[in-house]
Design a protein around this ligand. Structure first.
Ligand code: BES
Ligand code: ZN
Ligand code: ZN
Length: 471
């Protein structure tokens, strides 16, 4: 570690601990370094180390420390160092910290911390790292493999974040499909796209009803991963909402903040990011992603409130509010995923403002029709530090979706909006074990955080990959 050549060496310092190296003891003594979570102290010309700088990085209380805390610590350190034009960064993990899980999280933190949502800025003083090295002293387990896993996961999340960040004029449904095709080709995944005609043949009236208000044609992207050994009975389907822009349609949204609705395809982008990692990490279970993509616009052919559409499942839907479009496109995509042989389903969607009211920006709203499936997803989310909260999905809520004219209405009135949206999807998931993730509050971060920039978060890519890997 002392021999490591780097522009800066990140050294985690715990609260109340006696970090005895690199001139840090004096700074602890003087009270400048306390070890409080995410406190950063840059030390120039450190003693006893080849690195040009040491960054003492607060790791908080030792008993609270875990891989998630390390991910944040590295993210914050990298974001700090890159503003100082530091290029070569290393992280010092002593033998107690050098576990596979920590190494993986550290690499993720560095890659996630490097992301900026500024790719369309033309000034060229944008700052980025050249390299990130983990110096793991006497590490336990497969540390090199863990670093590689961290790289794959970090890059997959940034791939998703880049897509989510893209404005709707530069990322139409067709262009999203093109991005998926390129990704699939790069990582040897099967790729297929259904166009409007094919979807009409399949009877996807709910999806096509949303699409008809826009000049941009809709697509259903399908990306398939098949494991080498084909003996898995289970087949995981990942269904992601891909509304490249949500004006609300004829039930148009107010202008205030509407520009943010470019992120209404974050669910779909998360599924594509997860597939990108899955292709490289190769879980034993087959996984297929389905991304229904539309632009929700109030064009002259747009559907009207009161219109009745017939979903692929045969159910008729009264469209009370054209802004509740996500559930309409997911209804057909969920049905199609089942028809394609998926035995277990997860969907992710920026579905409701109501989930933001209920849970704020910290927890994904999780809804499940099956206890086993819920437990699997919750376990994966916990292991990956992507917070999710189990929400109710009791049949009594179904009454909220009654329509006098059709089998079901697409909205359920004022109360429990996230639950009624999930109830609507449940009708189309049917008996297939299924989890719905409402990511409206968590897919986008409104303000810069020390460890991650504002903009798309990449949630829930890590959880989805872990779910497939741990199956
Ligand atoms: N894309 C929105 C949900 C949304 C709201 C995402 C805020 C992110 C932030 C969705 O299509 C929508 O408009 N939902 C409506 C449903 C309502 C009409 C029942 C909503 O939440 O207001
Ligand atoms: Zn909407
Ligand atoms: Zn929407």
């Amino acid at each position: 570690m002392a021999q490591l050549e780097a522009d800066a060496l990140i050294v985690p310092v715990f609260e109340g601990a006696r970090e005895g190296r690199f001139g840090i003891p004096e700074l602890i003594e003087s009270g400048e370094v306390t070890g409080k979570s995410l406190e950063l102290t840059l030390i120039h010309h450190p003693q006893g180390v080849l690195a040009r700088r040491v960054l003492a990085a607060g790791a908080g209380k030792a008993e609270k420390f875990d891989a998630s805390e390390l991910r944040r610590l590295v993210g914050a350190a990298v974001r700090f160092l890159k503003t100082k034009s530091v290029k070569k960064v290393a992280l010092a993990l002593d033998s107690a910290l050098a576990t596979a899980g920590n190494v993986s999280a550290a690499v993720e933190g560095a890659i996630l911390g490097s992301f900026e949502p500024d790719r369309h800025k033309t000034d060229d003083d944008r700052k980025s790292l050249e390299s990130f090295t983990v110096a793991a002293e006497g590490g336990s387990g497969d540390v090199a493999g863990a670093a590689e896993r961290g790289r794959i996961l970090g890059e997959a999340q940034n791939f998703t974040r880049d897509l989510v960040n893209e404005p709707a004029n530069l990322l139409t449904p067709l262009l999203l499909a093109e991005a998926a095709r390129k990704m699939a080709a790069e990582f040897q995944l099967e790729y297929e796209v259904l166009d409007g005609q094919q979807m009409a043949k399949l009877g996807m009236g709910a999806l096509l009803g949303v699409a008809q208000g826009s000049a941009e044609p809709p697509v259903l992207i399908v990306v398939r991963y098949k494991p080498a050994a084909g003996d898995s009975k289970a087949h995981l389907g990942l269904v992601g909402k891909g509304v490249t822009f949500d004006t609300g349609g004829i039930s148009i949204k107010s202008a205030d903040g509407m520009e943010k609705m470019k992120y209404d395809m974050a669910g779909g982008a998360s599924m594509l990011g997860a597939m990108r990692a899955i292709a490289q990490l190769k879980p034993a279970i087959p996984v297929t992603a389905f991304v229904p993509c539309v632009e929700n616009m109030p064009g002259s052919r747009a559907q009207r409130p009161g219109d009745i559409v017939t979903a692929m499942s045969g159910k008729t839907i009264e469209v009370i509010n054209t802004d509740a479009e996500g559930r309409l496109i997911l209804a057909d995509a969920l049905h199609y995923a089942k028809q394609q042989g998926c035995t277990h389903l997860v969907d992710a969607a920026t579905l409701t403002g109501a989930i933001v009211v209920a849970l704020g920006h910290l927890n994904v709203g999780l809804f499940a029709n099956d206890g086993g499936m819920r437990d699997r997803v919750l376990a994966a989310s916990k292991a990956e530090g992507e917070r999710m909260w189990n929400m109710p999905l009791e049949d009594d809520y179904k009454d909220y979706l009654k329509s006098p004219f059709a089998d079901i209405a697409n909205v359920g009135g004022r109360w429990g909006g996230a639950v009624t949206a999930a109830m609507f999807l449940k009708e189309f998931a049917g008996d297939t074990p299924w989890v719905h993730l409402d990511i409206a509050g968590t897919a986008w971060i409104d303000d810069n955080k020390p460890y991650v920039s504002k903009g798309p978060s990449g949630v829930p890519v890590r959880t989805l990959v872990r779910l497939a890997m741990d199956w």
